[in-house]
Design a protein. Structure first.
Length: 70
């Protein structure tokens, strides 16, 4: 069984809530199914558009998609 990491609130907006998982991870969870669709759009388009944005020193985050059981 994996070690448990503490979970604590880390902020929220109109569409998502964020939770800190341990000291190094952040979870961003959509509040509604419609907001989940927007997250999927971000996951599709951000990697495509990122090379065209003039930012340096940013690390691409690891993304894990977890879907609820119907």
């Amino acid at each position: 069984m994996p070690a448990a990491l503490p979970i604590s609130p880390a902020g929220e907006g109109a569409d998502n809530r964020m939770y800190r998982l341990g000291d190094q991870l952040l979870m961003r969870l959509p509040r509604t199914p419609d907001n989940a669709k927007a997250v999927r759009k971000e996951q599709t388009w951000l990697p495509t558009s990122a090379p065209h944005v003039p930012c340096r020193g940013l690390v691409e985050p690891d993304v894990l998609e977890i879907r609820p059981n119907p």
